[in-house]
Ligand binder design. Sequence first.
Ligand SMILES: Cc1ncc(COP(=O)(O)O)c(C=O)c1O
Length: 416
Amino acid sequence: MSTATPTVRPADTPGLSAPLAAALTAATDDRLVLDLAGIEHRYDTLRRELPGAEVRFAMKACPVDEVLAALARRGAGVDAASPAEIEQAARAGVPAARTHYGNTVKSDRHIAAAHRLGVRAFATDSLEDVAALAVHAPGARVFCRVATAGAGAVWGLSHKFGCAPADAVRVLERARERGLVPSGLSVHVGSQQMTATAWRTALEDLAGVLRALRSRGVRLDHVNLGGGLPALGYLDRHGTPLHPPLDKIFAVVREGMAHLRRVHGGPLDFVIEPGRHLVADHGAIRAHVARLTHRRGPDGTPRHWLYLSCGKFNGLYEMDALQYRLVFPGHLPAPGRTGGDLVPAVVAGPTCDSDDAYSHEHGLVRVPRALASGDPVWVLSSGAYATSYTTLGFNGFAPLPYTVTGTPEGGARDRA
Ligand SMILES: Cc1ncc(COP(=O)(O)O)c(C=O)c1O
């Protein structure tokens, strides 16, 4: 029988690279760890897969200076959603010319502030917003967001943003009348989009709008493909690995780009605004076990609950829609063995809020029976929307500090 000490093998664990494993092992307290080299590698891969598409990182997914700077050094810009994001991107070294204001929801004051900060490209989806842009960002370039159904995505974004294709024509014509530059169209197929079909449908809709605009003499110069590219390491709410068909998605997007160029009949640039795809799998949270308990619920059913130090309000905001892979580094199976003494548990965060939990009904996770308070746990593929979707300290649980690893200088750096 082997007597080797069990270790985590990054190569066998989706969402765990060697640099992440090293930084998680070194962490002695709770924190988010981000692997810059991994993020850069995913950016490079995306650029190869979609030649000709300029990347505008949706910074809401990970507004961390080091991430913004690393991507900017490689030529990326940002999709910003407010003047505060624009300012942060500028401080991190993203030129205003590579920053657009991608939020269709903007007050007059925010439009004027963005314009003062040098931003000259704005998303829109309504005549009211166009009127405000004409006043507060005169002469700006505007691109109109076309609504999508959101089907096939873990988070469809179908109602709040984007107009019907026919209205996009009116919006861009009005922009031209008001002295703005009608420059493009955009879509968002829904976040963590799991199907290639959604992209095909969205790009077909855009082709129709391009044709209609062409017949009215409105010539755009770009199409913004939006966000929605998936993370690869998530589990669904039941704990089953999600396997997004990434190669197929890229193939459909490439075909769609070529088709749109043909329909447009002239030069057409492309922009893409990935958020979670670039960062989710290159971030992981080092948290700890608050307690593993076993008790009967109101209906008399006994159940294990695993309470972690980190949950919906301090890093895992999306835990009600999916699950993350969990690694308990102090309770690894012996080499050559799987499992161990495991119990099915509901995983939950530390606060007094019952939403701070994985799905109770179908989301039981098999966890080591011997877990004790204080044991470390690694939450994988949690690099997206962790620092941004966190409360300031709900119930006294502070936002997580973070460490970046894979920095240009080497080593790891910590930030509160
Ligand atoms: C305008 C816009 N672009 C891009 C994104 C990034 O989306 P994702 O993280 O799904 O790539 C979002 C996210 O909400 C968005 O609102």
